[in-house]
Design a protein around this ligand. Structure first.
Ligand SMILES: C[S@@+](CC[C@H](N)C(=O)[O-])C[C@H]1O[C@@H](n2cnc3c(N)ncnc32)[C@H](O)[C@@H]1O
Length: 370
C-alpha cells in the first residue's frame, strides 16, 4: 500500500494530514449532531480525499455510501464514480447532502435513500461501498455486506472488527485517522480498512453469526479458560444452547439440583478467572452468545450464602467447556494471539460437544451480533 503524502508545514494545499479546517463546510455547523447515530463528521477534506483515492474507483463504478452525513465523502466520491447511492438515517443529513449538490451536474448522479441501512432489504446494487461507519452499526453492516457477492467493499470501521471479519474477507489496513479529524471527536482514533470478501473455496462454510468470536474478543488479552470458565454469563448461555440442542435432538436431560461439593467455584477459579467474573458484573455489553435468547429465569447457577447450587446440566456443561478447551489446547491462549484456524478448531470442538452451531442461527435484523 503506497504511503499517503504528508503536507509540509506552511503548505496550504489539502494533503491527507492537513490540520482540520474550522470553516471547512457551512453544512458541518448547521445542527447538533446526534451521538446515538454515531455522527462524527469527517471535517478534514484531505482525509476524505485520501479515503476515496485509496478506494481506486473506476469511472463506471456505482458506490454505496452508508451514512453520507453532510456529504464530505460524497462529493469526493462523485468526482470519481458514475453514481453514488447514499443511505442515510437522519433526514436532516439527507437534506444536507442533497443540498450540497443541488444545481450542480453531480446532482443527477446522487441518489439519497432515507432509512436504516441495516433494514434495507435488498440493498441497492453497487460495485464498491465506502463508509465512515458509525460504531453502532459497523458489525451488522460488515456482515450484511459480506453476504453479498460484491467484489470490493471499502469501509472505514474500527480496527478490532477486522479480526472477526477476516474469516470471510481479506482485510487490509489503508489509513489511520486521528480522532481530531472528526467533529465532534470520537473517543478513539479510527482506521480505514479495505474489506474484500473471500470467494469460492477460500470462504469457510460456517455461519458468521454465532457468537464464539465475540466471547473471545470480549477481553482479547485474557486466556480462553478465563473467558469461558470464569464467566458465569458465558456458561449460562452455553447451557441454554445445550438445553435447546438436547430438546431439538431428543436428548434426555437430567435437571436435578446438586450441591457443588468438591467443586467450589471460588476456590477453583484462578486469578484470570476471578478477573473475568468481576469484569462481567454489571457489564451490559455482554454479547448474545451463540445467538441464544437470554432468559434470566432460566439461570441454573444459584448462589446462597456463599455456597453454590447447580443443576447437573450446569455442571455437565462446564465440564464440556473445559474439555473443549483442553482438547483444543487453547485454554491458556489469548484471543489476540490466535490464528483464524485456531478459532475454527475451537468452533468445531464446541459444535461437536454442545451443538452450538445448529443453534447459532440469528434473526437477520439483529444488530447486536459480533
Ligand atoms: C460518522 S458519520 C459520517 C458522516 C460522513 N460520511 C462523514 O464522513 O463526514 C455517520 C453517518 O451515518 C448515519 N447513520 C447512522 N446510523 C445509520 C444507519 N443505521 N443507516 C444509515 N445511516 C446511518 C448518521 O446519521 C451519520 O450521518
Amino acid at each position: 500500500m503506497g504511503k499517503a503524502k504528508t503536507s509540509k508545514r506552511g503548505n496550504t494545499s489539502s494533503g491527507p494530514y492537513e490540520r482540520p479546517s474550522k470553516n471547512n463546510s457551512a453544512a458541518n455547523n448547521v445542527f447538533k449532531f446526534t451521538k446515538d447515530l454515531g455522527q462524527h463528521i469527517l471535517r478534514n477534506p484531505g482525509i476524505a480525499q485520501a479515503i476515496v483515492e485509496k478506494a481506486v474507483l473506476k469511472p463506471t463504478d456505482v458506490v454505496l455510501e452508508v451514512g453520507p452525513g453532510t456529504g464530505n465523502l460524497t462529493v469526493q466520491i462523485l468526482n470519481r464514480a458514475r453514481k453514488v447511492i447514499a443511505v442515510e438515517m437522519d433526514p436532516r443529513m439527507a437534506a444536507e447532502v442533497t443540498k450540497r449538490v443541488q444545481g450542480k451536474p453531480e446532482h443527477k448522479r446522487l441518489e439519497v435513500v432515507l432509512g436504516d441501512v441495516i433494514k434495507q432489504e435488498p440493498l441497492p446494487d453497487f460495485d464498491v461501498c465506502i463508509s465512515n461507519t458509525p460504531y453502532q452499526i459497523s458489525s451488522p453492516l460488515v456482515f450484511k455486506l459480506l453476504r453479498l457477492p460484491t467484489e470490493l467493499h471499502d469501509l472505514e470501521i474500527p480496527s478490532t472488527l477486522s479480526v472477526n471479519a477476516q474469516f470471510w474477507a481479506k482485510i487490509s489496513h489503508v489509513l489511520k485517522v486521528g480522532r481530531a479529524n472528526f467533529r465532534p471527536p470520537p473517543q478513539v482514533d479510527s482506521s480505514v480498512v479495505r474489506i474484500e470478501p473471500k470467494t469460492g473455496s477460500e470462504r469457510p462454510n460456517i455461519s458468521f453469526e454465532e457468537g464464539l468470536l465475540r466471547i473471545c474478543f470480549n477481553r482479547r488479552n485474557k486466556v480462553l479458560r478465563s473467558l469461558f470458565l470464569g464467566n458465569k454469563e458465558v456458561l449460562k448461555m452455553v447451557e441454554t444452547n445445550y438445553r435447546l440442542y438436547c430438546a431439538t435432538n431428543d436428548i434426555p436431560i437430567d435437571d436435578g439440583l446438586v450441591d457443588d461439593a468438591g467443586e467450589d467455584e471460588e476456590m477453583e477459579v484462578d486469578e484470570d478467572e476471578k478477573d473475568a467474573v468481576m469484569d462481567v458484573d454489571g457489564d451490559d455489553d455482554l454479547p448474545s452468545f451463540f445467538g441464544a435468547a437470554k432468559n434470566p429465569d432460566e439461570g441454573t447457577l444459584t448462589s446462597k450464602r456463599g455456597s453454590l447450587k447447580k443443576t447437573r446440566v450446569a455442571v455437565l456443561v462446564k465440564e464440556k467447556v473445559r474439555k473443549v478447551l483442553e482438547e483444543t489446547e487453547l485454554a491458556e491462549s489469548r484471543s489476540a494471539k490466535l490464528h483464524e484456524n485456531d478459532f475454527l478448531r475451537l468452533l468445531a470442538a464446541f459444535n461437536a460437544e454442545v451443538g452450538v452451531m445448529e443453534l447459532g442461527e440469528t434473526k437477520p435484523d439483529d444488530n447486536t451480533l459480533l
